[in-house]
Design a protein around this ligand. Structure first.
Ligand code: NAG
Ligand code: NAG
Ligand code: NAG
Ligand code: NAG
Ligand code: NAG
Ligand code: NAG
Ligand code: NAG
Ligand code: NAG
Ligand code: NAG
Ligand code: NAG
Ligand code: NAG
Ligand code: NAG
Length: 570
């Protein structure tokens, strides 16, 4: 591949704009301090290296909001600590990939790999034209990297960041941008112009990258998408291999229907393509200059993302529904007044596209780039507003039930896509403890099974075993107040809802105000989760009688939890 001028984006660090706010004070924050920063962040005593966004929850109908975690690929030039993030419905952090060194990422999402839930996301280089060169990461429920996947048949064996789909046939869909010389006269360029050819591949996954095999490859130029289909303007690009014209800008791809055909979205032509898996031919186009469908009232979309067949629909039927994110902007002047997430009913006999659902953003503006639209299992819909730092949930009847912003200024704080999904995470790391004033603070990045925290203490490093207090988990970091000076060595144990000890922090010294190298021990009497299962490597029993693996759990129910909560222990 010809060398490209690689302008890294999203690197400028706006340190002066940072506002640190107290941990987990997020539910109703509409404070002056939130608005005084473009990218306010939360901070934690027990996880001082993490700076996830402090969100501003504009709407939250808790009774109608779907369960699950929100997945963000938080980044942008105003973001001090870009990271893949899991947040809960209160805007509390659940997992930040920053601890493991992940920074700028794209498309964090839960998928299934070999029957297990995994987290997948892109890491690599980001370029100002809105594409990337990198790899897709697959993390297990213990947050360890199972493997990476990348495009094949490339001079540089790297993928673009727009799409990564794991299919239930152990294959993956990936994309890449290939610099290619072509006739650009149809797009007001030269006959011997240069463009990015938009490529997608289906790869059969082996047990490692070396064993992966290319099953199918399609490119926009070879597949029949003419440069004349684009709405993007050449404007000085396309005259050299170092300055290729982005005519197609592929984003979403999906494998659909009984024949395993492909549904592919490209922004440049504002068109969604249905492509045959057996011949590579374009079966039909939706939208754009050569649409097979007549677009009904308000059905036309511009510079869209994330085209999917709606749940309950089949592309093999003559009528079916499709969801997509309509940016309304991206090619110069905004084409519509606002971005929106829409569902179209398509009829492949009458060749009509009819708008049947439209979810509008509270900010009511076009969305210059990025965006996603997810149908949830309960009939609700979840929207990631791309370049606008918002995510929103709409009930089946269209009511906005959750509306959250995670930055205040357009285009400098963003997440390519946002999802709401269920996830169970069992980190291999240990819980963290810090003391500040007369309180202990406990957290465990990525642990989803923690129901309460037990504080244990003692007067020597090796004997921090006296059970002092128990506090129900309360957001990412839980405060356990009223420390007694007498216990100079402390540890916190993370307890599951059945009283199982899932993990223990290292012993912390209140005289040095730092963790020691001694591992904490599970509270005596608790069942210790088996090492290696559920990522509980950090849990260990305090003694032989403490209920080793298989021992009976001591269940700490209502009254016991309340009695322990925030109580000063003598
Ligand atoms: C939050 O505060 C900002 C700035 O004071 C204001 O513009 C906005 O309307 C407020 N939002 C809500 C939901 O109260
Ligand atoms: C959100 O906070 C409320 C109290 O403010 C609490 O009852 C609820 O359990 C919290 N939800 C989550 C998902 O943490
Ligand atoms: C499943 O993947 C294999 C290659 O791994 C391929 O040969 C087969 O056609 C695929 N089946 C379907 C239904 O796509
Ligand atoms: C590999 O890429 C080249 C273009 O660089 C293309 O012509 C060829 O068809 C691709 N091979 C496969 C197996 O798709
Ligand atoms: C391509 O166009 C740019 C300006 O649009 C110009 O600076 C550059 O010299 C041109 N390159 C070639 C090879 O013509
Ligand atoms: C879609 O329209 C093209 C002409 O633009 C035509 O060649 C093609 O057959 C149409 N597809 C179907 C499925 O009718
Ligand atoms: C189409 O959209 C416009 C602008 O949002 C709106 O005023 C009009 O009511 C819509 N028409 C229909 C039939 O939905
Ligand atoms: C498409 O969605 C609309 C609105 O939910 C629904 O009324 C219609 O039945 C759906 N059409 C199909 C073919 O599923
Ligand atoms: C205690 O917390 C306050 C407020 O976050 C912070 O300013 C201070 O540095 C902390 N003290 C210690 C010893 O960590
Ligand atoms: C972490 O998860 C992977 C994949 O599920 C598994 O192979 C590995 O054994 C786990 N590691 C530990 C220490 O449990
Ligand atoms: C302390 O815990 C870590 C896991 O968190 C483990 O690797 C290490 O072996 C433990 N050390 C001792 C002395 O048990
Ligand atoms: C690998 C493993 O042991 N997973 C278990 C973790 O804990 C959950 C809930 O307790 C179980 O459902 C999993 O099977």
């Amino acid at each position: 591949m010809a060398p490209l001028s690689r302008t890294l984006t999203a690197l400028s660090f706006v340190a002066s704009s940072l506002t640190l706010v107290a941990a987990d004070s997020v539910e109703t924050s509409n404070s002056t301090s939130w608005y005084s920063s473009v990218a306010p962040v939360q901070s934690f005593h027990s996880a001082p290296k993490l700076s996830p966004p402090e969100v501003n929850i504009l709407t939250h109908d808790a009774a109608r909001t779907s369960e699950g975690y929100t997945l963000l690929s938080y980044r942008g030039s105003a973001v001090s600590q870009p990271a893949p993030l899991l947040m809960d419905n209160n805007g509390s952090l659940v997992w930040s990939g920053a601890e493991a060194g992940y920074g700028d990422t794209m498309d964090l999402v839960v998928q299934q790999y070999k029957g297990e839930d995994v987290l997948t996301f892109f890491t690599g280089s980001f370029y100002s034209g809105g594409y990337g060169y990198g790899t897709w990461n697959i993390l297990s429920s213990n947050y360890s990297l199972i493997r990476t996947v990348s495009s094949l048949n490339q001079t540089e064996d790297e993928s673009d960041f727009h799409e990564f789909i794991l299919t239930d046939n152990n294959t993956a869909l990936v994309e890449s941008w290939r610099v290619t010389q072509t006739d650009l006269t149809g797009a007001s360029g030269t006959t011997d112009g240069w463009t990015w050819d938009c490529v997608f591949q289906e790869i059969a996954l082996g047990d490692s990258r070396e064993q992966d095999e290319l099953l199918f490859e399609w490119s926009s130029l070879e597949g029949g998408v003419s440069p004349s289909e684009t709405y993007f303007e050449v404007s000085g690009n396309g005259n050299s291999s170092e300055n290729p014209f982005d005519y197609c800008h592929i984003n979403s791809a999906a494998k659909v229907g009984a024949d395993g055909n492909y549904l592919v979205s490209m922004r440049g032509p504002s068109t969604i393509y249905y492509i045959s898996a057996s011949t590579g031919e374009i079966i039909w186009r939706l939208g754009g200059k050569n649409s097979n469908f007549t677009m009904g009232t308000n059905a036309t979309f511009w510079y869209q993302h994330d085209a999917r067949i709606a749940p309950g629909s089949s592309i093999d039927s003559t009528t079916f529904n499709m969801t997509l994110f309509d940016n309304a902007a991206g090619g110069g002047e905004p084409a519509e007044a606002t971005g929106r997430a829409i569902m179209l009913e398509l009829d492949t006999e009458a060749w009509t596209a009819t708008l049947v659902r439209e979810d509008l953003p509270s900010f009511h503006e076009p969305v210059a780039s990025q965006g996603s639209y997810q149908a949830l299992d309960d009939g609700a819909y979840f929207v990631g507003w791309g370049a606008q730092p918002f995510y929103s949930e709409y009930a089946a009847d269209g009511t906005l039930v959750q509306d959250v912003t995670f930055g205040t200024t357009e285009s400098i704080v963003m997440s390519y896509r946002a999802f709401k999904q269920s996830w169970a995470g069992y980190p291999l790391s240990s819980p963290s403890l810090a003391v500040n004033g007369s309180s202990a603070f406990a957290s465990w990045n990525g642990a989803t099974a923690v129901s309460s925290w037990v504080l244990v203490g003692g007067t020597s490093e090796d004997a921090a075993t006296t059970r002092l207090a128990e506090e129900a988990r309360n957001g990412f970091e839980t405060e356990i107040g009223g420390l007694d000076d007498k216990y100079t060595f402390l540890a916190v144990a993370a307890m599951g809802s059945d009283g199982t000890c899932l993990g223990v922090s290292p012993v912390y010294s209140t005289s040095s105000m730092a963790s020691t190298s001694t591992n904490g021990t599970c509270p005596s009497g608790s069942t210790v989760a088996a090492a290696g299962t559920n990522g509980t490597a950090s849990a260990s029993g305090s003694d032989n009688s403490s209920g080793a693996v298989g021992g009976r759990a001591i269940r700490l129910v209502g009254a016991a939890v309340a009695a322990f909560a925030a109580v000063i222990m003598a």
